[in-house]
Design a protein around this ligand. Structure first.
Ligand code: ATP
Ligand code: MG
Length: 257
């Protein structure tokens, strides 16, 4: 099981939308995928029609009181999830007191990765640089950074790249890499969107995914119906681009072996 954190300390850039729909797209392509909601806001959880109930999340697992397997909810063929709960916010304080507080998520997932039967695991991160996001990065083999096609996109990007470097050093997670930068909420009508894509491509030509996620009302509506885009609007542009992203992602990671 390869583990990817979907992370950006900036809020509202499309992390959850990407974690949910890329997971479902890969499941559709026959790769068994586990989505972990590690954000106390529990947006990915409700976006897939689950409730952030007490005891449903990775929280008890991080405390050593439950197994990863016991928290897994099957959602669709090849797609499963570990939901979030509000209490995850409290776990930040609790985990911070443990001696191995940066690597709790890594420890529990790395025990599970060989036996769980999953090909991929995506962790939807909260938009703040706290214990949870740090733990997700320290557990990950790769980071996917969604960025919105807006001003200051590059500024936010350099911060997360710095953070990845710091965590790699602090936790000796040598395999941690920036897997890809995903341009989201692209609006073809605005010069600004095109400018931002050009800029990011100039600085990070290797990392930017060729697939660009456009602004789409359907993508924004799907979570309120508790469905991924593949259940809500399987024939629309949102489903098409996330399927395309999944194929590009597979090409990258499977080429590398
Ligand atoms: P947070 O930092 O709060 O966790 P996030 O980075 O996870 O936010 P999302 O929740 O995925 O971002 O997206 C923010 C908002 O933008 C949501 O209302 C979502 O439905 C909407 N949105 C995301 N992607 C698109 C898109 N391609 N087109 C239109 N709306 C989108
Ligand atoms: Mg989110």
């Amino acid at each position: 099981m390869r583990i990817y954190a979907v992370a950006n300390q900036k809020g509202g850039v499309g992390k959850t939308t990407t974690a949910v729909n890329l997971s479902h797209a890969l499941a559709n392509l026959g790769r068994r995928t586990l989505l972990i909601d590690l954000d106390p806001q529990a947006n990915a959880t409700s976006a897939l029609g689950l409730e952030p109930k007490e005891g449903c999340s990775l929280y008890e697992v991080l405390q050593g009181r439950a197994t990863v397997s016991s928290k897994i909810v099957e959602l669709a063929e090849n797609l499963a999830m570990i939901p979030a709960e509000i209490d995850l916010a409290g776990s930040e304080v609790e985990i911070a007191r443990l001696p191995n507080h940066l690597t709790r998520v890594r420890e529990v997932l790395h025990q599970f990765r060989e036996v769980g039967g999953f090909r991929f695991c995506f962790i939807d991160c909260p938009p703040s640089v706290g214990i949870l996001m740090t733990n997700a990065l320290a557990a990950a083999d790769g980071v996917i950074v969604p960025i919105q096609c807006e001003y200051f996109a590059l500024e936010g990007l350099s911060k997360i790249l710095q953070l990845i470097e710091q965590i790699r050093a602090a936790t000796e997670q040598d395999s941690l890499r920036l897997e890809g930068i995903l341009m989201t909420m692209f609006d073809a009508r605005t010069r600004l969107s095109q400018q931002v894509v050009e800029d990011v491509n100039r600085y990070f030509p290797q990392q930017v995914f060729k697939t660009i996620i456009p602004r789409s009302i359907r993508l924004a509506e799907a979570p309120s119906h508790g469905k991924s885009i593949f259940s809500y609007d399987p024939n629309g542009v949102g489903a098409r681009v996330y399927d395309q992203l999944a194929r590009e992602f597979l090409e990258r990671v499977e080429q590398r072996g």
